[in-house]
Design a protein around this ligand. Structure first.
Ligand code: ZN
Ligand code: ZN
Length: 285
């Protein structure tokens, strides 16, 4: 769609706006007011800024970028809630670390219990026996607070599924812009003749994933696993743990068709995908 854009300020100016203590006090006050629209005086009192002229000036600077003005008063807009919320919630500032612990499920290759850990704002699943990093997921530190070890595994599982749900359906999880899909044949994984490459047309977001990983949220796959008593939503890594029984094979080149297959308990589900990544058929055998 064209014609829907409005004027934007350069990113460096937007971030520079938050480099002033009065402006931080204002956005913090809006956050503390639970983002209910606040009147000029209510906001000034909550922000504890006595100089009305200074307050007025800095509020004006924030308006339109991080703050919206409605009939009922001032509130954070979407950018304000995202950036300011992340700063005040500690996404960029809080440090959390969870040393390696038993993840509660086993390596498909060596049958050792896998380990989970959290550091540097990333959750990891590793096989210490195979010395192999199975998965690394960027995850805000809020995931760690008030959760036990097994809840952290499922939280990371939900988080990555939500992102992949968007990516495989062509929506960038960073900016909601269109994600373009292509199949790459230059990245070698065992049993995989192609992997999915997804690139955002609007921002720098990019993702590479095996087909097994990428289609784990497809309804045919979720129900296939569910029929075998595995809830993929609670533990998405099961889809990858079963990678040994899964595969991605090129079926034809003109038209291009690939098959992404999953195997559980001797049954196989094959998704037939076209060049753009659309699923055109699902077969169980
Ligand atoms: Zn292993
Ligand atoms: Zn994007």
């Amino acid at each position: 769609m064209d014609g829907a854009s409005t004027e934007a300020i350069p990113p460096e100016d937007a971030f520079a706006l938050l480099g002033h203590d009065i402006r931080i006090s204002i956005v913090q006050a809006l956050w503390e007011l639970d983002n209910e629209p606040a009147s000029f005086s209510e906001l000034r009192d909550t922000a504890a800024i006595t100089d009305s002229g200074q307050f007025n000036y800095h509020l004006g600077e924030l308006r339109g970028v991080f703050v919206r003005e409605t009939e009922d008063g001032y509130a954070l807009n979407y950018a304000g809630r995202s950036v300011v919320g992340a700063i005040l919630d500690g996404t960029y500032t809080k440090q959390r670390r969870v040393p390696e612990y038993g993840a509660g499920f086993r390596c498909a290759v060596c049958d050792t219990e896998l380990t989970a850990s959290y550091s540097d704002s990333a959750f990891r699943i590793t096989c210490t026996e195979c010395d192999y990093l199975i998965s690394r997921v960027d995850l805000p530190p809020g995931a760690v607070d008030d959760r036990d070890e097994s809840a952290l595994v499922s939280t990371a599982s939900y988080w990555i599924q939500a992102k992949f749900f968007l990516i495989t359906n062509g929506v960038c999880p960073n900016c909601a812009g269109p994600m373009e899909h292509s199949w790459r044949t230059d990245v070698a994984y065992e049993n995989h003749e192609f992997v999915l490459q997804a690139d955002c047309a609007d921002c720098i977001n990019t993702a590479t994933a095996t087909g097994i990983w990428a289609y784990a949220n497809h309804p045919a796959v979720v129900s296939f696993f569910y029929d075998h008593d595995i809830n993929l939503h609670e533990n998405w890594w099961h889809s990858q743990l079963l990678i040994g029984g899964g595969a991605a094979r090129i079926r034809s080149r003109d038209p291009w068709r690939g098959a992404v297959s999953y195997a559980v308990d001797g049954e196989v589900l094959a998704l037939v995908v076209d060049e753009s990544g659309q699923v055109v058929a699902g077969e169980r055998r």
